[in-house]
Unconditional design. Structure first.
Length: 428
């Protein structure tokens, strides 16, 4: 196999690869065997048709084209290894010569990983934020628990702040209801701020059976760009009014929440839970900030387009999954924002490049320190995951796969990089 290299812009390289007729012959034989299993020829069993007979039936060019696909897959990988290239992404292949009895030649344009130079990470300036749990934090959680254990009582009076109303409503413009602007038997607690203030204010003082029509102007910073600053007509009818009765925060209430002797015991448990949650968030932010500092300390060569483009695609897919999981279509999301997918991509370019650089910097730390994950470490982590998903047969099967083992090994080695950065931050 003969390989010639040519440098191209944007961190790309063109490989010109030639296989002699003799080197290409085994691929022809294997391709002929595959084709003969699919082509019925009288007098021969599938897969046992002689080459010359098959050639007359389907044509030698068809066999050569089938063989070329295998030849490219194998010889391209061999060429990358031979030339010691740090290639990324799939190559752009163009066959330049494919004729029976002649050498097989093609070109493959491939992107290369950018050069990365790590800065001095023996000391890191990033510090972990101190976690503080205030009485206000605890009181807020207590209030949420009280609301969760509240009761409702149907009342025959005008609605007031704190009441729950049940209503039918329609928001329209030019006599046409807007998308998502209607509700039937819709429950709304007045004062919680789930709707626009003017909408809730209009309901205050209304009793069951009352109807009202009024104009509602959406704020200029409203999340749905199409509605910003626009005046619409609201037609509503109050069906029922309920007084919400919230229990007092006392020892008796604490016992309804769980196995707590009194209110102070409940507050202590809440404080501990809040502290754990804040510690987790503080650690996540600390790790994220450390990685950003690592990127800032490092220098990166020319970035191939394929790397950032791949990360952009991944980010869009993550966004689509998140949106659909919340019950909204991707198209509706774009419509509400007043943007196209191309607009989103432009906004994602900088974060995508940062994610790529973060991955590259982590990769360099792994190489520099020769970080690895032992079988014992991997198996220990796998057992933890298995216990978490023990009830799911499908998850258990996925956990056993080689692809998941590789994924988990990558997670663990990345974790070692972050741990190294944490220690560097502690000593600085």
């Amino acid at each position: 196999m003969n390989v010639q290299k040519r440098d191209l812009p944007k961190r790309q390289i063109e490989l010109s690869i030639e296989l002699t007729a003799d080197e290409f012959q085994p691929y022809l034989m294997r391709a002929a065997e595959r084709i003969s299993k699919e082509v019925k020829i009288d007098g021969f069993r599938p897969g046992k048709v002689p080459y010359d007979v098959l050639k007359k039936k389907v044509g030698e060019q068809a066999i050569s084209e089938e063989a070329s696909q295998d030849a490219v897959r194998k010889s391209y990988v061999d060429a990358v290894i031979q030339e010691k290239l740090d290639a990324v992404g799939a190559p752009d292949v163009r066959v330049t010569k494919l004729a029976p009895g002649n050498p097989f030649t093609y070109t493959a344009v491939v992107a290369l990983m950018p050069d990365v130079t790590l800065g001095d990470i023996s000391s890191m300036k990033t510090k972990k934020q101190e976690v503080v749990v205030t009485d206000v934090d605890v009181a807020g959680t207590i209030d949420e628990l009280r609301k969760m254990r509240s009761t409702e009582k149907l009342v025959l009076r005008a609605s007031a702040k704190g009441d729950k109303v049940e209503l039918d409503f329609t928001i329209s413009k030019n006599n046409m209801p807007i998308e998502g602007g209607s509700g039937t038997k819709y429950p709304l607690v007045l004062g919680e701020g789930r709707f626009l203030p003017d909408f809730e204010t209009a309901i205050l003082g209304m009793s069951a059976g009352e109807e009202k029509m009024f104009q509602l102007t959406f704020p200029k910073d409203y999340f749905n760009q199409k509605l910003r600053g626009q005046a619409h007509v609201v037609k509503l009818k109050v069906l029922n009014v309920y007084k919400i009765q919230i229990p007092e925060a006392d020892d008796a209430f604490a016992k309804t929440v769980g196995d707590f002797a009194n209110l102070e015991a409940l507050k202590t448990a809440i404080r501990d839970n809040i502290k754990r949650e804040k510690e987790t968030k503080a650690t996540e932010k600390f790790d994220s900030d450390l990685l950003q500092e690592l990127v800032g300390k490092s220098t990166f060569g020319e970035m191939p387009d394929v790397l950032v483009a791949g990360e952009l695609t991944k980010m869009l897919e993550e966004l689509k999954t998140d949106i659909t999981s919340k019950g909204m279509s991707y198209e509706t999301y774009l419509s509400n924002l007043g943007k196209t997918e191309e607009d989103l991509k432009k906004g994602f370019e900088a974060p995508a490049e940062l994610r790529v650089k973060t991955g590259l910097a982590i990769r360099e730390v792994i190489k520099a320190d020769q970080l690895t994950v032992t079988d014992e470490e991997l198996n220990t982590e796998l057992e933890k995951v298995k216990r978490i998903y023990a009830a799911s047969e499908e998850a258990a099967k996925q956990i056993q796969s080689n692809s998941y083992r590789n994924y988990l090994a990558n997670v663990l080695v990345n974790r070692k990089v972050v741990e190294k950065l944490r220690k560097a931050a502690e000593v600085s």
